[in-house]
Design a protein around this ligand. Structure first.
Ligand code: NAP
Ligand code: ZN
Length: 346
């Protein structure tokens, strides 16, 4: 066991504070990673505040982890000391079920093991990336390509894969019109990736406040959803809408913006249920889909794709004592576009 400095939420009502946690000894197939950067995902906030239901405390959030390998177990074949690596939202799965065998470990039928707010195979709580070191089985470690710096690569481990996976699955590419709904951490990655895939990209944001950034990062068009004329102007426009919105939204209104047989793909995970009039999907034969992160092989594919296209996240690097303030800014949609913690400051 190694004692490691970390930032943790002691309970759902309390701010995060500095503490220490124990990491397990490096096992046969484990990699010890010296964490350098950890992104702040809105999912960290949903969980630390129990917005999605009961959680495990103390909680060390963080599933956008980038660092360097400092020790490997005797059975490790994929990584060596000094390798630049990342860890995303899962640290293990059953590896045997139909989904795990198909590279869909995120949908493991026995339940994948979350990087934090979960119990590992020994029943011990998992702790995430707001810490200085982590021990992870090599099969759940990703290689960060040389062309990507670790700070802008960290958010790819969740925001990158969560947008890349559904954009690929729904064939977003040349000749396709895609709307990215919500222009925050996931949304700005969605814009960059959809643009790199060759699609015509529209941002649908609450206001035009971030329009200049959106157009600079790869959007062709930018509309405010607070303006009702947007819904008239864009009716029947899109092949695919990818929603990254963290709050309940008017699904029926957004479904009306799809072409016939278009798909609305939801990755945003609001804390409250949303209503749906089923006629919104019946008319026009529309698809309403969801997606959760991506499998390990696809996550590596995404990292390689981002490196090849020079894509990293737009980040605001913060010290650990700014985490609570950063949470408030994320909740009020005041993030440009991902907070990343310099874990040396923990
Ligand atoms: P974020 O940076 O806070 O971005 C969310 C965006 O949603 C905001 O920037 C804002 O965009 C829009 N928004 C927020 N409140 C809104 C409201 N009341 N009405 C309309 N739009 C609103 O969060 P994130 O880290 O990108 O995460 C987004 C959501 O995806 C969260 O719920 C998170 O838990 C979830 N998530 C899901 C997965 C998955 O695997 N499915 C993975 C990661 C995260 P504008 O300012 O442009 O309007
Ligand atoms: Zn996340």
């Amino acid at each position: 066991m190694t004692t490691v400095a970390a930032y943790a939420a002691p309970s759902a009502k309390a701010p995060l504070e500095r503490t220490t946690i124990e990491r397990r000894a490096v096992g046969e197939f484990d990699v010890l990673i010296d964490i350098e950067f950890a992104g702040i995902c809105h999912s960290d906030i949903h969980q630390a505040r129990e917005g999605w239901g009961e959680a495990i405390f103390p909680m060390v959030p963080g599933h956008e982890i980038a660092g360097v390998v400092s020790e490997v177990g005797p059975g490790v074949t994929k990584y060596q000391v000094g390798d630049r690596v990342g860890v995303g939202c899962m640290v293990d799965s059953c590896r045997e079920c139909e989904n795990c065998r198909a590279g869909l470990e995120q949908y493991c039928l026995k339940g994948q093991i979350g990087t934090y707010n979960a119990l590992d195979k020994n029943g011990e709580p998992t702790y995430g990336g707001y810490s200085q070191k982590i021990v992870v089985d090599e099969n759940f470690v990703l290689r960060i390509p040389d062309g990507l710096s670790l700070d802008v690569a960290a958010p790819l481990l969740c925001a990158g894969i969560t947008t890349y996976s559904p954009l690929k699955r729904f064939n977003v590419g040349p000749g396709k019109k895609v709307a990215i709904l919500g222009f925050g951490g996931l949304g700005h990655m969605g814009v960059k990736i959809a643009h790199a895939l060759g699609a015509e990209v529209t941002v649908l944001s609450q206001s035009l406040r971030k329009q200049d950034d959106g157009l600079k990062l790869g959007a062709d068009h930018y509309y405010a959803t607070s303006d009702q004329t947007t819904f008239q102007d864009l009716r029947g426009t899109f092949d695919v809408i990818l929603s990254t919105v963290s709050a309940p939204l008017n699904l029926d209104a957004f479904l009306s913006l799809l072409k016939s047989e278009g798909a609305f793909v939801n990755v945003g995970a609001p804390e409250e249920p949303v209503a749906l009039n089923l006629f919104s999907v019946i008319g026009g034969g529309k698809t309403l889909a969801g997606s959760m992160i991506g499998g390990i092989t696809e996550t590596q594919e995404m990292l390689d794709f981002c490196a090849a296209h020079g894509i990293g996240a737009e980040i605001e690097l913060i010290d650990a004592d700014q985490i609570n303030e950063a949470y408030e800014r994320v909740v009020s949609s005041d993030v440009r576009y991902r907070f990343v913690i310099d874990t040396a400051t923990i």
